[in-house]
Design a protein around this ligand. Sequence first.
Ligand code: 1CP
Length: 345
Amino acid sequence: MIKTESIFLKALNKEILPIPPIWYMRQAGRYMPEYRAVRKNFKNFLDMCKEPEVCCELALQPIDAFELDSAILFSDILTIPDAMGLDVNFLEGEGPVFGNPIKTPQDVIDIEDFDTESLSYVYKAVSNIKNALPSHIPLIGFCGSPWTLAAYSIEGRSSKDFLFTRNFIKENNVEAHIFLEKLTFACFAYLKRQVEAGADVIQIFDSWANLLSEEEYKIYSLSYITNLVSLLKNDPATENIPVILFSREPKAKLPTIMTSNSDCLSLYWSMNDIDLEQTADKVAIQGNLNPEILLESNDVIKKETLKILQKYKNYPGYVFNLGHGITPNINPEKIKYLTDLIRST
Ligand code: 1CP
């Protein structure tokens, strides 16, 4: 039988399903030999993201290998700061390094306006992937949260504690808010173009929510995400597109995060004791197996996965995913085992 309907979209619409839809954060990436074979042709990772045909091939690799229920655009969250002139480079073994980070409050005032069309290579990748996918497999477009993009842009690289950024936002509070607002509008314009190019769902990655206290999180992260979601929900081009919010270990509780009006919350792997009565019928849930479990034996993987499936059985709107991205040290066989296991229980 040819499938025509997407169980992923049904779950995001808060339907109860016998078997949850499955996709994995970082489902395309270095853990796959097929990915590494393509990756070795590019020195700088962002140069690879600027090739729409290559992005299409990479986004389809995990769909072909594991028959997942959704594809995700192959790109990176740092395309926006790169387009704003901050010169993002991915150096071997170092992660992202900014040639021109935000170092002073004046840099925020001087930053280039975001030119939506300068990221046309991303929209081309979206339309290529969408055209290559069967109709029952939706495509997720994405962006980083304004806070997460600001943290990389001010720190100039990845960091454990982003100390420079945390000092910067306290010492230059007015400019910090100006920057977050600029990023919010950039994210909106960027996501709208992804939707116009064919993205069916949006995910916002707040990967550095964990750096902020609950109060700071509300001021510097949640308020801008809420504005972004509201811009999306009030524009005819994007109003019907489900929005998933991934927050890495936020200090705030779910009812607070739910005020963002996202359609689905993607839970970090440590968020296990949540009270589903607070969320049921209000928001779909995605998550949240600890990716490190995939380094264990099949028995351990099975035990931990069944716990999660049991918790979300009969939940109105549940999507299986990991609590954070697949890491390069995970064996693709384990992804196959996990996917088959969920579909057979
Ligand atoms: O050398 C390589 O091959 C680069 C590895 C890699 C990949 C495969 C990076 C560098 N980015 C990506 C792709 C990517 N990034 C995707 C699409 C692939 C997929 O999901 O299938 C997505 C959605 C992202 C998003 C992204 N980039 C996030 C949010 C998700 C998360 O993990 O929290 C973040 C934080 C980034 C920044 C980033 N990109 C890459 C690196 C090494 C980093 C820095 C991570 C850090 O600060 O520790």
